[in-house]
Design a protein around this ligand. Structure first.
Ligand SMILES: Cc1cc2nc3c(=O)[nH]c(=O)nc-3n(C[C@H](O)[C@H](O)[C@H](O)COP(=O)(O)O)c2cc1C
Length: 195
């Protein structure tokens, strides 16, 4: 696919999907795009349908050279994005984590994430939520389930613990974009060594 944005892709670049959910850090997801591009990835951004409201879609399309997808294509339409070699879900909402672990595919983002487990793709998820939201027992169990299926979930002490309700915007500068891009490189090595 020819590069149409600011970023000129090497034809052989591996493809990283960045999936952004409906939470405040999505407004900063261009930082992750740039970090991925610096590491040589051809980055495509997708959002959940609700997450699109948090994103600067035009700027992300310009930065990546790819349309920002949020909905399933219509039957018979071609794929507009190259297939993914790896995926980072950041920020990952409580909603998407729970639905993903249950195998629900009612958004394009979830369909890709559910398939990614079956395909054995390297996947890193970075949840962002307040303490009350994250304390729901289903969320804790589903993070553990995703980890047991090979997903790298960056959460808890040493990463970005849940914040007090109502304080999400003040946590934005702490969001671990760099750790996410480091983790996808490590997850890719693990998945390659598993064959
Ligand atoms: C302003 C605002 C901020 C929100 N912040 C978060 C958040 O930080 N974490 C979270 O899990 N959900 C948050 N939500 C709730 C999600 O947007 C909601 O659960 C939504 O259905 C998630 O959709 P998605 O998982 O398809 O992206 C927020 C909602 C709004 C309106």
């Amino acid at each position: 696919m020819p590069a149409v944005g600011r970023y000129r892709k090497a034809m052989s670049a591996r493809v990283l999907y960045v999936i952004a959910c409906a939470a405040p850090p999505t407004s900063d997801v261009a930082r992750l795009v740039s970090l991925g591009q610096q590491r040589g990835w051809d980055v495509c951004v997708l959002t959940t349908p609700s997450g699109r409201r948090f994103a600067d879609v035009a700027a992300l399309a310009e930065l990546t050279g790819h349309p920002v997808r949020s909905e399933y294509k219509n039957p018979g339409e071609p794929d507009v994005l190259p297939p993914a070699d790896a995926i980072i879900v950041a920020p990952a909402t409580v909603n998407t984590i729970n639905k993903w672990a249950a195998g629900i595919c009612d958004t394009l983002a979830l369909g890709i994430l559910v398939e990614a487990i079956g395909r054995g793709l390297p996947v890193v998820a970075v949840p962002f939520s307040n303490r009350a939201h994250a304390a729901h027992p289903a969320f804790t169990e589903n993070v553990a389930r995703l980890r047991s299926w090979g997903v790298t979930v960056l959460s808890g002490p040493g990463v970005l613990p849940p914040h007090d309700p109502g304080s999400g915007d003040s946590q934005l500068r702490l969001f671990p974009w760099q750790q996410a891009i480091d983790a996808i490189a490590a997850a890719g090595e693990i998945s390659a060594s598993r064959g």
